[in-house]
Ligand binder design. Structure first.
Ligand code: AMP
Length: 610
């Protein structure tokens, strides 16, 4: 391994980074720094976040700035305001001992006038989000004609966010002979297009294997019915009492909903998404950084730029539409030499996506089993015992009360006291989990159904009664005239729905019988599914789909026959809490919410099990 000095980093920069505790270069720095200091060709670096890439491009760019010229010489583009500020801050730290060097972050959501003022005073490095930079270019307040270095950081994310056109426009304003660096965690086709269009004989540097996630990350998926996803999330959170993680959701609305439910159910959670104001996002991120929040429910975009190295878990509340995003998400754990777990809570339809991701990350997922109530109780109890062992006793503060406590418990043996402390916790947990039903795994159900009696008369009565079942709340139960005789199984049935219905439709319960089947879809999609599938053919047989008798959801379902949950049941499954927890939670709920429903002033610690 080379030293920063051997890589050619100047003394004044070395002095600054040594003060920051950088002793040796990280692999991406070892590759990029000498190249950027010496060669003239462009660079494409495939590197995950957290690999040290800011210093990899930052140190050599800083070193080659001519401080006597007060014009922009380097332009760094990145997807979000947070990342923009982080990069600008890092560059300011690295250049602590370079006199007259000025770095300016320009990003949306803050005063453009003050950014224009700073530009007028003169800067040498601009770190920008594409949208705001275009705004400044249009106002003719920024001159890019002297730019010699262009860095596209987290290029894949910028493309995901729809910045392709803005990047095109910006690059057209920069001299053709500039040196260009592109950093990306993944290499989708769109990036290849950019590199072809704008880069000259780029040198490709891969830190780790291409598209491979960190080796310190374990990937686990839990397969559940769509309706059980939230319950599964809670069980997972309960099973890891010291969890510190991000729960990724697909949409802003889902993010807010899940965060709200978790908060109501007594978890130490909050939300981060684009509907929140900048001040709210900053506030939530800060709380998360200082571990005041254990579970941050976030969209992919909003979580960008949140530099936290110590996440124990990343939870995919459903898989992202874009598989590349999975790499980004999972790369947020297992950093800085620590191990982490990337969990995906998926439903049957997403199984093929798991296989695709495995190919991309070149690693196998483990299939997790949703922890049973018993396992959670055990885990929580050991956590309590561990905390008893490690608690810091404040001798001075407690010394006044202890004598009377000793006197009161004098008649008990040490073993009795331990038993009672543990029972305090155990009784409550066991009471709660005795009531809670186990979450049914979809594969269990299919296996069970295969052993159902296949008698024709039973099927007939099943058909007329919609299979004796009402649909899940909000779902319609549909009848389809093909079954096992037609070689249909749950997977082929889902495939048919995918093939014939133009838009994506969630599928709930599926019952395959000998000559026909039932399946459930959201009520709002039922007509669309019926009209799209009817009169299509499967193996030469014309398909007919109709609403099963008694098949509309929203009804009074006991949930008994299918492990489903009535609203009463889901109330019970909220999670065990102490009476004090209920108090803290309800007082929190009464705090004012802003328009987006985001609660302000959430500072309560997670009401833990103990
Ligand atoms: P980045 O990928 O640029 O966000 O960097 C990830 C983290 O690694 C940041 O906290 C950096 O301050 C830190 N870092 C970068 N380079 C080094 C180094 N050579 N030695 C120690 N820490 C570093």
């Amino acid at each position: 391994m080379k030293t920063f000095e051997e890589l050619g980093v100047a003394t004044n920069i070395r002095k600054a980074i040594e003060e920051m505790g950088y002793e040796n270069p990280m692999p991406v720095q070892e590759e990029v720094i000498p190249y950027l200091l010496g060669e003239t060709s462009d660079i494409i670096a495939l590197a995950q976040t957290g690999t040290g890439k800011t210093a990899a491009f930052g140190l050599p760019v800083l070193q080659q700035i001519n401080v006597k010229e007060n014009v922009p010489q380097a332009l760094i583009l990145c997807p979000t305001r947070e990342l923009c500020l982080q990069i600008a801050g890092d560059l300011a730290d690295y250049s602590k001992y370079i006199d007259h060097l000025r770095v300016l972050p320009v990003y949306g959501g803050s005063s453009i006038e003050s950014q224009i003022k700073s530009l007028k005073r003169g800067v040498q490095i601009i770190v920008a989000t594409p949208g705001r930079l275009i705004d400044l270019i249009n106002r003719k307040t920024v001159d890019l004609t002297n730019v010699r270095y262009v860095v596209l950081d987290e290029a894949d994310e910028m493309l995901n966010m729809g910045f392709t056109e803005s990047i095109d426009e910006i690059l057209s304003k920069v001299p053709a002979e500039r040196k260009m660096l592109l950093f990306s965690a993944t290499m989708p086709k769109e990036i290849a297009k950019i590199t072809k269009k704008y880069m000259q004989n780029p040198k490709e540097i891969t830190i780790g294997r291409k598209n491979e996630g960190s080796n310190n990350v374990k990937h686990v998926y839990y397969m559940v019915h769509a309706k059980d996803k939230y319950l599964a999330l809670k069980r997972i959170a309960d099973y890891y009492p010291n969890i510190y993680g991000i729960v990724f959701c697909r949409t802003r609305r889902e993010t807010q909903e899940i965060a709200d439910k978790l908060i109501q159910d007594g978890y130490n959670a909050d939300s981060l998404h684009g509907d929140l104001s900048q001040a709210q996002r900053d506030y939530v991120m800060q709380k998360f950084r200082i571990h005041n929040i254990q579970l941050l429910v976030a969209t992919d975009v909003a979580a960008r730029g949140l530099d936290v190295d110590s996440l124990t878990h990343v939870i995919n509340y459903g898989l992202p539409d874009d598989i590349e995003s999975y790499t980004h998400r999972s790369g947020r754990t297992g950093r800085a030499g620590k191990t982490g777990t990337s969990i995906a809570i998926v439903h049957v339809k997403e199984k093929s996506k798991i296989r695709e991701i495995e190919k991309i990350i070149n690693k196998k997922f483990e299939q997790g089993v949703i922890p049973s109530g018993e396992a959670i109780c055990e885990k929580q109890l050991f956590n309590l015992v561990d905390r008893i062992e490690k608690v810091k006793v404040n001798e001075d503060e407690i010394s006044n009360i202890l004598p009377s406590v000793y006197r009161k418990l004098d008649w008990l043996e040490k073993e009795d006291i331990i038993k009672r402390v543990v029972a305090l916790e155990f009784n409550r947990l066991i009471d709660y989990y005795r009531e809670a039903q186990e979450i049914e795994s979809p594969s269990d159900r299919y296996t069970r159904e295969e052993s159902f009696p296949r008698r024709r008369d039973r099927e007939r009565s099943d058909r007329s009664s919609g299979g004796s079942r009402g649909a899940e709340r909000g779902y319609s139960r549909l009848f389809i005239n093909i079954g096992r005789t037609d070689n249909v199984n749950p997977a082929t049935l889902m495939g048919l729905v995918n093939d014939f219905v133009p838009e994506k439709v969630n599928i709930g319960r599926i019952d395959i019988l000998q000559n026909f089947s039932f399946f459930e879809v959201p009520e709002k999609d039922a007509q669309k599914v019926i009209s799209s599938m009817s009169r299509q053919e499967q193996n030469g047989r014309r398909i007919s789909v109709e609403v099963a008798q008694g098949g509309s959801g929203g009804g009074d379902r006991s949930g008994r026959d299918r492990g489903g949950f009535s609203s009463q049941r889901s109330d019970r499954d909220r999670g065990p809490r102490k009476s004090s927890d209920y108090k803290s939670s309800s007082s929190r709920s009464s705090k004012p919410s802003d328009k987006s429903g985001h609660r302000k002033g959430e500072s309560g610690r997670r009401p833990k099990f103990s």
